[in-house]
Design a protein around this ligand. Structure first.
Ligand code: PEP
Length: 248
């Protein structure tokens, strides 16, 4: 499967630096030296429009970091999937651990968001992952099963990406070992096949996220069932993000 290298800019970037970063990536991805991967950037809502302009005509795709599950209405501060479609977003992150923590998002809510995104032809990137406490208690795989059972969109039309992001590895500089990642991704793959059948379950990309950097990307991306990376901090530096794509 062709790898997907996705950058989650989180709550970072203003017009000047966001535009410059998108422009650099778009230029590089158009060039003949570009690695054979799919590129995606997920800026904050405030920059989607400007970044879309920079990416126009380049192979770098645009994604958002969250969406509401309803079409429109009285939801102050929220953004509907149709609005993201209108801005040419091809992907949207749902269920990121920071949203599960900061906004108390449940699996049920994440599932509703994923289904709403697919109804608009937007591919959800569904994030799951265990905390340090859950891993130490030997419950990491159980947590992944519970999150997937609770939040996978119903079988049907539309693509899906799952991102395995151990909470203890996000923004901490600690990366899961290749063996941790191999075990978790094999488990996620088995759950996907159980939910969607062998063929459809094998086609879902599973990304790894958690302190991915140029130095560890090669080993992580070579691990079985790792179909790309969801990159936070390192996606804010064009050179690092690019090197991760090359290592994949
Ligand atoms: C993320 O937020 O999805 C992430 C993986 O962050 P970082 O790469 O900074 O750990």
């Amino acid at each position: 499967m062709r790898k997907l290298i996705a950058g989650n800019w989180k709550m970072n970037g203003q017009r000047a630096d966001g535009t410059a970063l998108a422009k650099t990536l778009a230029e590089r991805a158009r060039g003949s030296e570009a690695p054979d991967v799919d590129w995606l950037v997920c800026p904050p809502f405030t920059l989607l429009h400007l970044v879309a302009e920079q990416l126009s005509g380049s192979p770098v795709k645009l994604g958002a970091q969250d969406c509401h599950f309803e079409e429109k209405g009285a939801h102050t501060g929220d953004v509907a999937p149709g609005m993201l479609d209108d801005l040419c977003c091809s992907h949207v992150i749902v269920g990121h651990s920071e949203r599960r923590q900061d906004h108390k998002e449940s699996d049920e809510l994440v599932q509703a968001k994923a289904e709403a995104a697919r109804a608009h032809g937007i591919t959800p990137i569904l994030c799951i992952g265990e905390t340090q406490e859950e891993r130490d208690a030997g419950k990491a795989m159980d947590v992944l099963t519970r999150q997937l059972e609770g939040s996978l969109p119903a079988a049907g039309e539309g693509e899906l990406v799952v991102a395995y992001e151990p909470v203890w590895a996000i923004g901490t500089g600690r990366t899961a070992t290749a063996e941790d990642v191999r075990e978790a991704h094999a488990h996620v793959r088995a759950q996907l096949k159980k939910a969607y059948g062998d063929t459809a379950g094998a086609q879902v990309r599973i990304l790894y996220g958690g302190s991915v950097k140029p130095a560890n990307a090669g080993e992580l991306m070579a691990t079985e069932n790792v179909d790309g990376a969801l990159v936070g901090g390192a996606s804010l530096k064009a050179d690092d993000f690019w090197e991760i794509g090359k290592a994949a």
